[in-house]
Design a protein. Structure first.
Lengths: 113, 113
């Protein structure tokens, strides 16, 4: 079975500072990995995904994530936080890219002016 | 271009009742997945419909059932409601069963009293 672990339900970051959200996965087969973002009163939106190939993946709004097989990790980063980044972020994994995603519990990001 | 639309947005039921939630996928999408998101948790996969058939199912009891119509819209039915069924129910659509790139609606918030 596939699963992901996201530690720290709430993350506070100063405006302009680095955003780092950690995600570790467990998978019996090569994983497909995703980060989704949920803004207040909106549906989840895909930020980026890793399938195969290049391990550094760039997404929307300046976010990127790096797949590290040796560490079973897929951490999300953004060099400089903006107030508009305040949202809940979910890491997810699936087998072979199918639509049965296993989500983590999420990180609620608060940006401090 | 309309995204994924869900109805109703909020509803309150009592234990033992039955509920039907509805979803219209994003234009051009043919696959619908349903997720349950309990408070403070990540979404959990319920099932997926493609070509009007249930193709994949998560660890949910038979009280949870669904349907997909020829126009690709979908319904989620829950019978014999329990207090623990209180959650946000998310519909997600995609083009094909194996992309992992899901477009989510804003959800239907179900409260069971």
């Amino acid at each position: 079975a596939q699963s992901v672990t996201q530690l720290g339900s709430h993350v506070s970051v100063s405006e302009g500072a680095l955003v780092l959200l950690r995600c570790n996965y467990s998978s019996s087969v090569p994983p497909y990995l995703f980060w989704y973002v949920q803004y207040p009163n909106q549906g989840l939106q895909l930020l980026l995904k890793y399938t195969t190939g290049a391990t550094l993946v760039k997404g929307i709004n300046g976010f990127e994530a790096e797949f590290k097989k040796s560490e079973t990790s897929f951490h999300l980063t953004k060099p400089s936080a903006h107030m508009s980044d305040a949202a809940e972020y979910f890491c997810a994994v699936s087998r072979y890219g199918n639509n049965r995603l296993a989500f983590g519990k999420g990180n609620q990001v608060v940006v401090i002016p | 271009d309309a995204g994924v639309t869900q109805s109703p947005t909020h509803l309150i039921k009592t234990r033992g009742q039955q509920v039907t939630l509805r979803c219209s996928p994003k234009s051009g999408h043919d696959t619908v997945s349903w997720y349950q998101q309990a408070l403070g948790q990540g979404p959990q996969f319920i099932f997926q419909y493609y070509e009007e058939e249930e193709r994949q199912r998560g660890n949910f009891p038979d009280r949870f059932s669904g349907h997909q119509f020829p126009n690709y819209s979908s319904e989620l039915n829950v019978n014999a409601l329990l207090l623990g069924d209180s959650a946000l129910y998310l519909c997600a659509s995609s083009w094909g069963q194996n992309t992992g790139e899901l477009f989510f609606g804003e959800g239907s918030r179900l409260t069971v009293l």
